[in-house]
Design a protein around this ligand. Structure first.
Ligand code: SAH
Ligand code: MG
Length: 865
């Protein structure tokens, strides 16, 4: 009994890998990893290489190979099983491409290999996906009936319109590395012929002599979508299926591949698609704009996404390099700050870093004596440099520097995929702004196919416009296009999210039509994300900052790109046609379930009752009331917590002003103040005196004459959010130019952090990740640029007071002045000592208006009773 194997049994079932110099599948340039053959080995002579190939191929036909657990042996067993039927077709003939075992297999081997019942006798139907060659034709499901032929390549060849499984080629695995999903397509002449120049032609074992089978398709048009997935040229229609023999079992293993899987593979080629998939929130999540902290990041880390991206696009693994710079002690000469090169960072180092973070705080401060900068380079498989990014930012943690650099590269790549028509100039300037350099030639070479694929994707998806927007909204306005019928329901609980908070929402996104049809595409009971980082579609973020805990919101939006919709949910043929119709939109419904304050607040809450932030506000309110001030300015008012509280007490205040640089915070402050003031216009309310309230957008380090000569100024927990020199500048501007009668400044006491950290650790023992982070976070909040000891704060305030004729007193909240390490929040109260008339000239002499009025409220003129 002879067993015949045609060439498909070699090529089919083997992963063709292109060799870099050749973009097509060609036998010469294939490597055969399943056989352990790599054609790139240079150390072998031609003869040695040829002998090795022969030996390996011989092994395929040995008695041991047939029953072995090897993907290829499955094909041999299948060939034996169908031999009776196929023997006529497989007649040996010169000029055919086949390999034959000369002697029949011994009976025992045959029986032990193929006599097992191969699954159930009834039909085995497998779902696969056909990717038509013409990109105009939709990708659709096909069913492979494996039971009728017994050999899956026959079923696939039938779908491809081929007469013979011998002419089916199989790609390497595509999509997730863990899956067995491959592309099946017709071999064409050009990929089989012309081995004349091949020095490695295996003379004895493999007869690759033309002319080849008639049924081999002509080259035909390129299947761009399939080629894009496989990384080599594929002509004609292709089948995407997850079926085949594996190393694990002798049975055929298979899984259904749906159209949704196809679209998931498609979007996973884009950085933001990868991120969306990792968050299981295709229609909701976005690749965030910034990497703030490890604890706030949700979904795959930027570094991992970048590695996956490179794998997806068949580039080499990204090469990271980090450098450390010692932080200069004030006495040291600049020469001491020279850079030390650290090795390429590896996963272990990051893990190691995690482990180290459990050490004591003392060690922590030693660790922070260096800062890390990270650079990354992306190379093609042939080691041509494509992109490099060397940001100047330095970080206290190595991991942060790696994640930030990775995110920069991802953001740039993402911008490219989002707008493939970007001019080279724009691509360049985007790169510059992200500290990226790229080689245009190598870049366009590697990403040539993306253009055709994602161009199709672009033209189909006009709704994609909104994805690029990321702007901030004021109350009741929303990012221009796309959002309509916004409705926020439920009582205002007053607990609102602010930047850096982690929010938990439940949500659903549905496809809705004018006629009332509705289909849920995506939903989640618990979806957590950081606010202010662009981690969700901008519309959602704009809506959610207007909500308080417990409230629900509903809004409609233009269709998302078709690829995303199809990747989010299995959509029926009927719905598919809806997707392109105008009468269809997406409806988002969400409920704000929880808000986790940024780290600082959490730590403070763990230790203080009432919370430290409340104590600060109460401290300021007390001073304001005692001072009988009529005018107040809150420098760095944030979301207006102080201004809001002030309106709860009867005071003598007539004019209240807040200033901040954060538009989002200001818009929240405006919303809160507006609702409070408009509710309390009767004469008996605590705010009866208040005549006007204004919110300005501007930096407190800039002068604006409208803030001059106030009775009292407050600046709570703001200076540490500026660079140190800016904090000094603020002190100068405030006391030399604004000259309030009283200025209250609070800032964290660095020495107190040990206690906060300890308290927080014991209260959060069960969350190791959180613990790591707290230990490794030097300051109370990632946005803090510095935190001062009592001595540093005293120096700053004392010098400042002396310079501008103020007295200063020190106080604080949380803890006590007499018990080490002092107050948790340290406070300086400055009082103007120069006689009032000396300062009179300051009032509005200079009418510099550098701030922008964001919101203004004036008491309606009183009506006579
Ligand atoms: N005072 C508020 C907010 C403190 S958070 C409170 O106690 O709740 C710090 C605030 O300072 C942020 O809102 C930030 O936007 C603001 N800020 C930082 N630098 C600023 C600057 N240069 N000018 C104005 N505001 C600034
Ligand atoms: Mg702060």
């Amino acid at each position: 009994m002879a067993s015949y194997l045609n060439h498909s049994l070699i090529l089919g079932g083997i992963e063709p890998m292109t060799c870099g110099s050749c973009t097509q599948v060609c036998p010469y340039h294939l490597s055969y990893p399943w056989l352990g053959i790599q054609n790139s080995t240079n150390s072998l002579t031609q003869q040695e290489a040829s002998d090795e190939l022969v030996a390996r191929v011989k092994y395929l036909f040995s008695n041991e190979f047939l029953p072995s657990l090897q993907p290829l042996s499955g094909h041999l067993r299948a060939a034996l099983q169908r031999e009776a039927r196929l023997s006529g077709i497989l007649a040996t003939s010169e000029g055919q491409l086949w390999i034959r075992r000369q002697n029949p297999y011994p009976r025992e081997i045959m029986e032990s290999s193929i006599s097992q019942p191969s699954g159930s006798p009834q039909s085995t139907l497998i779902e696969a996906v056909c990717i038509p060659c013409s990109s105009e034709k939709a990708v659709e499901t096909v069913t492979l009936d494996v039971s009728s032929t017994g050999y899956y390549l026959d079923a696939i060849s039938k779908k491809l319109g081929l007469t013979d499984a011998a002419n089916v080629l199989v790609s390497r695995t595509v999509g997730k590395t863990s899956s067995e999903t491959r592309l099946y397509f017709a071999a064409h002449q050009s990929c089989m012929l012309d081995l004349s120049s091949d020095p490695l032609t295996a003379k004895e074992a493999i007869h690759l002599e033309g002319p080849l089978n008639e049924s081999l398709s002509k080259k035909g048009p390129l299947n761009e979508r399939a080629s894009y997935f496989s990384g080599h040229d594929i002509y004609g229609d292709a089948i995407l299926a997850s079926i085949g023999y594996t190393w694990k079992s002798k049975d055929l293993s298979y899984e259904d591949v749906s159209v949704q899987s196809y679209y998931r593979m498609l979007i996973s080629k884009i950085p933001c698609g990868l991120y969306k998939l990792s968050r299981e929130a295709v229609l909701m999540a976005e690749l965030p704009l910034a990497f703030t902290t490890r604890t706030n990041w949700r979904g795959s880390y930027p570094r991992d996404i970048l590695c996956t991206f490179c794998r997806q696009h068949r580039l080499s693994e990204p090469v990271f390099s980090t450098e450390t710079t010692p932080i200069k002690a004030p006495s040291e000469s600049p020469a001491c700050g020279k850079k030390l090169r650290v090795t390429d960072s590896t996963e272990e180092e990051i893990e190691h870093e995690k482990g180290c973070a459990r050490d004591t705080v003392a060690r922590e401060s030693a660790e922070s004596a260096v800062t890390y900068q990270c650079g990354v380079k992306l190379f093609s498989k042939c080691q041509d440099l494509i992109v490099e990014c060397f940001p100047k930012d330095s970080f206290k943690k190595q991991n942060d520097s790696i994640q930030n650099t990775s995110l920069k590269v991802l953001s740039w790549l993402n911008a490219y995929f989002r707008d493939l028509d970007m001019t080279p100039e724009k691509l360049n300037s985007t790169a510059n702004s992200l500290e990226i350099r790229f080689c245009e030639k190598n870049f366009s070479k590697e990403f040539a196919l993306c253009r055709s694929i994602h161009n199709v994707y672009q033209s189909e998806t006009q709704g994609a416009k909104f994805l690029d927007e990321n702007h901030i909204s004021m109350p009741n306005t929303l990012p221009g296009q796309g959002v309509f019928s916004l409705n926020i329901d439920g009582p205002d609980s007053g607990v609102c999210p602010s930047n850096g908070c982690l929010l938990v929402i439940s949500y659903s996104v549905s496809l809705v039509t004018e006629s009332g049809y509705k289909k849920v595409l995506e939903s989640s009971d618990e979806f957590e994300f950081e606010i202010g980082a662009g981690a969700v579609i901008p519309h959602l973020e704009a809506v959610v900052i207007q909500m308080s805990i417990g409230q629900s919101a509903c809004f409609k939006m233009d269709m998302a790109p078709k690829e995303f919709v199809l990747a989010a949910a299995a959509v029926s043929a009927r719905n598919l046609s809806l997707l392109s119709s105008k009468s269809c939109c997406l409806k988002y419904s969400l409920t704000l379930l929880r808000v986790t304050e940024p780290l600082e607040e959490r730590m403070e809450q763990a230790l203080f009752s009432p919370p430290l932030s409340k104590q600060r506000v109460e401290y300021a309110v007390k001073h304001i009331r005692e001072s009988c001030a009529t005018t107040l300015v809150d420098f760095g008012c944030g979301s207006g917590s102080l201004l809001d509280s002030l309106l709860n007490y009867p005071t003598t205040l007539e004019k209240i002003v807040g200033i901040d640089i954060s538009q989002k915070s200001l818009s929240r402050a405006a919303k809160i103040l507006h609702s409070k003031l408009s509710r309390n216009t009767d004469g008996n309310a605590p705010i009866a005196c208040v005549k006007s309230t204004i919110l300005y957008d501007g930096s407190v380090t800039d002068f604006d004459s409208r803030l001059c000569g106030f009775d009292i100024g407050t600046c709570l927990e703001v200076i540490e959010h500026m660079e140190e020199d800016q904090a000094f500048l603020f002190g100068d501007v405030a006391l030399s130019s604004f000259r309030p009668k009283i200025l209250i400044v609070s800032t964290p006491n660095y020495e107190y952090n040990v206690i906060l950290q300890k308290a927080n650790l014991s209260s959060q023992e069960e969350d190791p990740d959180e613990k790591t982070h707290i230990q490794s976070c030097k300051f109370r909040n990632h946005d803090h640029k510095f935190e001062w000891t009592r001595e540093q704060f005293n120096c700053w305030a004392t010098d400042l007071a002396a310079k501008y004729n103020y007295s200063v007193e020190f106080s604080g909240v949380g803890g006590s002045a007499d018990i080490e390490p002092g107050f948790a929040s340290q406070i300086a109260v400055f009082r103007r000592t120069s006689p009032p008339d000396e300062d009179e000239h300051l009032k509005d002499t200079d009418s510099a208006h550098h701030y922008k009025v964001i919101w203004e409220w004036n008491r309606p003129s009183t009506y006579s009773s």
